[in-house]
Design a protein around this ligand. Structure first.
Ligand code: SAM
Length: 240
């Protein structure tokens, strides 16, 4: 069986993510969907020598390889992509599922700043990683080689639909009291626009009566679906 393969590799994380996403719930399914999401990647010894990142600040975007450490190690050959409403099965290697052999993840993120005063900390934006994610490697992104907008993209040919997001007066007041109000407002908008509710809730009747909460950065965002003029939307009730 697979687990008895004779050639195994031992990988050591080079660092860990501290993220705007304390929990998996709400995290968009790809990094580019929430450009406002912040994270830091702090390198661990012996990788935290500033020499390891010399020249990296000349790149605006990075590839991170990481471990889906919160996913089970068990995997199956077929998975149900949430994008297809959980109804259709595709081969695990035909998806970006987190339930996969080796639990290896790959995300393209924006590099905002590098700090090298005490060890090495990279400031990142536009990611899809839960707090504590162990990172295995960093590589600079080469747009001329790797950006292929005309490539065929299987069951996900375009970005997922994005819902309008509205804020109550109380939510706006809470936002305006903060130093990061614009960034947090954008993050909430980008996360809720993806409709983080489980598929079986989206299809249920009377969904607008149900209340939901998502933890982002250091706040609880309370929201519910709302439909105005027949258009689905998300309404932020409060931010505490
Ligand atoms: N861009 C990556 C890739 O393609 O390998 C991740 C795609 S995966 C579909 C994105 C989801 O992974 C997020 O919505 C989040 O719920 C989940 N996730 C993020 N970090 C994780 C971790 N450390 N362990 C398990 N799941 C994680």
């Amino acid at each position: 069986p697979y687990s008895e393969a004779s050639t195994a590799f031992t990988l050591t994380p080079i660092g860990r993510i501290a993220s705007d996403y304390p929990d998996k719930f709400g995290i968009p399914r790809q990094p580019g969907l929430a450009s406002a999401a912040r994270a830091t990647l702090t390198l661990a010894p012996p990788f935290d020598d500033p020499l390891t990142v010399r020249g990296l600040d000349a790149f605006s975007h990075l590839w991170l390889t990481f471990v889906f450490h919160q996913s089970p190690t068990r995997w199956t050959p077929l998975v149900r992509p949430p994008r297809l409403g959980g109804n259709a099965k595709h081969g695990v290697f035909a998806t970006r599922s987190t339930h996969r052999p080796n639990r290896l993840g790959l995300s393209l993120v924006e590099l905002v700043k590098i700090e090298t005063h005490h060890g090495v900390t990279l400031h990142l934006r536009g990611h899809d990683l839960v707090d504590g994610t162990p990172v295995l490697d960093i590589k600079p992104y080469l747009a001329w080689a790797e950006a292929l907008p005309e490539a065929r993209s299987g069951f996900a040919p375009a970005p997922p639909p994005s819902l309008p997001v509205t804020f109550s007066a109380a939510a706006e007041t809470a936002l305006l009291a903060r130093d990061d109000s614009d960034s947090l407002r954008n993050l909430i908008r980008q996360v809720l626009a993806q409709d983080p509710r489980p598929a079986y809730h989206k299809n249920a009747r009377n969904t607008s009566e149900r209340r939901y909460g998502v933890r982002l950065r250091d706040v609880d965002v309370r929201f519910h679906p709302s439909a105005s003029n027949g258009i689905d939307a998300m309404h932020v009730e409060d931010i505490v």
